[in-house]
Design a binder for this molecule. Structure first.
Ligand code: SAH
Length: 340
């Protein structure tokens, strides 16, 4: 049976028309699910009995389970258990502008980035839309607060689960759903060029971030296997087209790995690569993990890298760090649990 939280408003409208009911029923259902947050179909008191019976027979309304919470300063990590006894995580961060949630999109990941702890578990399966939606619903319920921003930067490659992810975005962006503004949602990809192109044609205001992490193919090949399929030039070409077509700024994420991609030569090369693009670079201090030998760049290296970009008129910020003390930092999600 299909989970009701897999359904966008449009899909539900189609469904109700298909059972010879009114399109408007979908709005009512969304109101119960996303505004009133009911837990059982029976609580939908303005829905006629025969329609309720349809719902009960054709959909389930089950949730995933929160099985563990770890709290740190301005950050908490939620471990979820899925119906097939798999685990995923989401990380809630408190900013001055609101709360942002970093959600997972797959169980495991196949991109194989060498520095990433989360990706050491190969992809088991894609998350269904409801499993992404419910990460938000359950954490809002637990914390009794509203999540204002969502980043798709947890476990998984969102563009390797394209359709489910797009439906997820439609549901959380829909005003009659969670009403999270498109500009408050960010998709992060390791650079699946064909999907970036598809995404460009969706006509949404959702932010795009690309994990670049290297200024040339030689370095990128060593740390990100996906670069053998899509080269840096392919990425830059599609980003140019993306910016031209959408008028939106693109973010490049750049992890600082000691002795790998943090030299001043790299900084100059990156400046040349991005010069004139409506883009900005988000420098991420690497979170070291026990199982991977890469080290975080020294602070003065990070600062001089930053300065070189600045002097070359590249927009650049250094990411504020959350969660390293509770193993909730980028690339560190889940692994302990699955291995036990
Ligand atoms: N697959 C997507 C989204 C998930 S990873 C992507 O590649 O963008 C989210 C971000 O965390 C990526 O930029 C990824 O490269 C980065 N990351 C992975 N491991 C990390 C680590 N140990 N320290 C800091 N950032 C890391």
């Amino acid at each position: 049976m299909n989970n009701i939280y897999n359904y966008t408003l449009e899909m539900l409208e189609e469904y109700f028309l298909s059972i010879r009911d009114k399109k408007f029923r979908a709005t009512q259902i969304f109101d119960w699910l996303y505004k009133k947050r009911i837990k059982k179909f029976e609580e939908m008191t303005n829905i006629k009995k025969d329609i309720l019976n349809h719902l009960k027979n054709e959909f389930n309304i089950k949730k995933i389970d929160i099985v563990d919470i770890k709290e740190g300063k301005d950050v908490s990590k939620y471990l979820f258990k899925l119906f097939d006894n798999r685990y995923i995580e989401a990380v809630l961060m408190e900013h001055d502008y609101g709360k942002s949630l970093c959600i997972s999109t797959q169980v495991g990941c196949n991109m194989g980035c060498k520095f990433c702890e989360s990706g050491r578990l190969k992809k088991v399966r894609n998350l269904e839309t409801y499993e992404m939606v419910e990460q938000i619903l359950l954490i809002e319920e637990k914390t009794k607060t509203r999540i204002s921003h969502v980043v798709l930067m947890g476990i998984g490659e969102p563009f390797d689960n394209y359709d489910n992810v797009m439906n997820f975005i439609r549901i959380i962006n829909e005003n009659k759903g969670l009403g999270i503004g498109a500009r408050h949602i960010t998709i992060s990809t390791c650079g699946l060029v064909d999907k970036i192109e598809k995404f460009m044609n969706e006509n949404t205001q959702v932010n795009l971030a690309i994990s670049l992490h290297a200024p040339n193919d030689e370095i990128r090949n060593k740390i990100m296997p996906i670069n053998r399929k899509y080269r840096i030039k392919d990425i830059i070409d599609i980003v140019k087209l993306y910016i031209k077509n959408t008028n939106r700024r693109v973010t490049f994420e750049y992890i600082m790995l000691d002795g790998i991609n943090d030299s001043s030569t790299c900084a100059y090369e990156l400046s040349d690569l991005l010069k004139g693009l409506n883009a900005y670079v988000n420098i991420i201090p690497y979170n070291e993990t026990n199982n991977i030998e890469y080290k975080r760049s020294k602070n003065d290296k990070i600062m001089s890298f930053y300065d070189i970009l600045k002097r070359n008129k590249i927009n650049v910020t250094i990411r504020r760090e959350f969660g390293s003390l509770i193993d909730a930092a980028c690339g560190q999600l889940r692994s302990k649990h699955e291995e036990e």
